[in-house]
Design a protein around this ligand. Structure first.
Ligand code: HEC
Length: 207
């Protein structure tokens, strides 16, 4: 082996060894999360109720909390203040010309109401509610939507998911010709063209 080739080989081996050594070295960033830290992220609630925390609340108590923390935007009865979302009513309107989609008329599972409110509301102050407050507010919203009829009923992890929502069967696979056919997830067309843009199409209804 010529001298210069020896030099190259030695250099390469040295580089590999130092790469190995640095790969084994810890970067020293971050810490292992504690069980308590993981618990704070682990707040999702499934439709079968899995993930609901201990606690309870009823509609009677929920009304007061709702008026205090939610009514500024959603109205005292969930009717929506100004242009903030309406949370109550809209039953039997989904198939009409002017469907009113509320958590009562549209959402298929009670668990989502808990999950959403606990996770995201009050708007701007997310995750400040306790589980008890959230159960009480959920009870109030179910009561206001005529889904439960007893304002002293204690809502908790055992019974919330058993309460059926009016639109629970409203979500079905779309079997129209235009959307049926083979599902394709990758390389479905040779090339893609942008036909139009929502802004230009003006999809926002006038009324
Ligand atoms: C400052 C105004 C404000 C306050 C206060 C507020 N919300 Fe909301 N809420 C919103 C906005 C805005 C949305 C829509 C958010 C989005 O679509 O991303 C929303 C959405 C919701 C929805 C989902 C509605 C739907 O059909 O998609 C629920 C349920 C809800 N809020 C419940 C509550 C509850 C319960 C409280 C009180 C604890 C509360 N909100 C307080 C502004 C507010």
């Amino acid at each position: 082996m010529s001298n210069w080739l020896k030099l190259v080989v030695v250099g390469l081996v040295a580089a590999m060894l130092s790469f190995e050594a640095s790969a084994q070295q810890k970067i020293g960033l971050g810490t292992v999360p504690t069980a308590e830290e993981i618990a704070r992220w682990d707040i999702d609630v499934r439709p079968d109720g899995y993930g609901l925390p201990p606690g309870s609340g009823n509609a009677y108590d929920g009304e007061e909390i709702f008026i205090d923390k939610c009514s500024a935007c959603h109205g005292e009865f969930g009717e929506g203040a100004g242009r903030w979302p309406v949370l109550v009513g809209g039953h039997d309107t989904l198939a009409s010309e002017d469907p009113v989609k509320t958590i009562g008329s549209y959402w298929p599972y009670t668990s989502t109401i808990y999950d959403y409110i606990y996770r995201a509301m009050p708007f701007g102050e997310a995750q400040t509610l306790t589980p008890d407050e959230t159960y009480a507010i959920v009870a109030y919203l179910l009561y206001s939507n005529d889904i439960i009829d007893d304002d002293s009923m204690e809502i908790n992890a055992d019974n919330l998911a058993k309460i059926e929502m009016p639109n629970k069967d409203g979500f079905i696979p779309d079997d129209r010709e235009v959307v049926s056919g083979e599902r394709c997830m990758r390389d479905c067309k040779d090339s893609v063209t942008v036909a139009s843009r929502a802004r230009i199409l003006d999809v926002t209804p006038d009324q």
